[in-house]
Design a protein around this ligand. Structure first.
Ligand code: FAD
Length: 317
């Protein structure tokens, strides 16, 4: 079922969902199941599975160091199919512009359709670590909006090279990213929202936000997005702080601010067990307010470990 249908069916009740990161290659899927199992008690209607951009690795070839591009966490679509069938839950693979040609994207979408996956998150992806700015793959998309258009074309039975007549058309529900604190490359929040509106006008059905730690950012974002004419559901993304290092890492990686009060609570902690507890309590308070606000879904970033998400969800759902 589509994410938007789940929201409609919930009839105003806030849903619980979460995002997982595929384990690094070489690890077993059991590790993932062990993290998903405890969260299934809270009946998520859908689970997101991220896609990692390719990275450079250095390999020793006959004594010479060679640089090769590789994917460290393969298998997003396969993992989505496995989770969907094991738990009978909808899954949402993240589909990236970066590192993929349009043809590769089409193959991936065709696989999703065959596997009964009805939702996809359309994202641009970040620049690779050695790049200053994002560069598309040769023959790939530059912005997520173009990817949304490609998915919509497929929904209308239009393949890149019209060699077949589709008699079983795909009908993907499309999610896109939104940034309550604006995307780092956007000159202003207003111009970023205009870009978000372009994605919605191109066919995006819902928005999931970047993590934020001050709900006022989300409330304001929803208000101005609606004023810009963005009428689709805007799902807040919530990340519980788990280790002290997050104080530097999260702002650096996700370009977000942390409230002073949260910083000082974390700094007071003697160890990471205490930090984890502060993160849980902060996320519970955030979630309670978001529930009161009537957010359609509370979407948690699990980043591989689910014990803290379970502790939060058990207070709320
Ligand atoms: P876009 O919507 O293309 O926007 C990128 C920037 O370009 C913005 O600053 C925008 O304002 C600007 N822009 C858009 N269109 C134009 C235009 N026509 N002309 C000029 N400027 C324009 N990354 C991953 O690698 N894997 C994941 O699984 C993943 N999951 C994510 C899930 C969520 C919920 C979120 C919020 C982010 C996720 N990301 C993921 C990170 C995302 O890929 C990065 O934030 C990326 O830098 C931007 O992606 P986007 O889809 O928002 O890009």
């Amino acid at each position: 079922m589509k994410v938007t249908e789940h929201i409609k069916q919930a009839n105003g009740k806030t849903l619980f969902s979460f995002e997982i990161i595929p384990p690094k290659k070489g690890n077993s899927i059991q590790e993932l199941y062990n993290n998903i199992d405890p969260l299934m008690d809270f009946k998520p209607p859908f689970i997101d599975v991220t896609t990692s951009r390719e990275e450079y690795v250095y390999i020793d070839r006959d004594g010479l160091l060679d640089r090769k591009i590789t994917r460290m966490r393969p298998g997003t679509v396969g993992i989505c199919a496995a989770i969907k069938h094991k738990y009978n839950v909808d899954t949402v693979p993240h589909v990236l512009c970066g590192g993929f040609t349009k043809e590769e994207t089409e193959y991936l979408l065709v696989d999703c359709h065959y596997l009964g996956i009805e939702n996809v998150m359309a994202l641009r992806g970040d620049a690779m670590s050695h790049q200053k700015y994002f560069e598309p793959a040769n023959g790939g998309h530059t912005y997520a909006c173009e990817l949304v258009k490609q998915i919509q074309n497929l929904n209308n039975g239009k393949y890149l090279h019209d060699v077949i007549e589709a008699d079983d058309k795909a009908d993907f529900c499309i999610g896109v990213a939104g940034y309550p604190e604006k995307h780092i490359e956007a000159p202003s929040l207003k111009s970023d929202l205009k870009r978000l509106k372009e994605k919605v006008d191109a066919g995006a059905d819902y928005v999931v936000t970047q993590m934020f730690f001050d709900n006022r950012r989300y409330f304001k974002f929803v208000e101005v997005a609606q004023k810009e004419g963005i009428k689709v559901p805007i799902i807040p993304g919530i990340k519980p702080i788990a280790v002290k290092r997050h104080l530097q890492l999260l702002p650096q990686v996700f370009k977000i601010d942390l409230p002073e009060e949260l910083i000082s609570e974390v700094e007071k902690c003697k160890d990471n067990k205490a930090v984890r507890q502060v993160g849980i309590e902060w996320a519970i308070q955030q979630s309670k307010e978001l529930l009161e606000f009537g957010a359609p879904v509370l979407h948690y970033y699990s980043m591989g470990k689910s014990d803290n998400i379970k502790a939060i969800a058990s207070q709320l759902f």
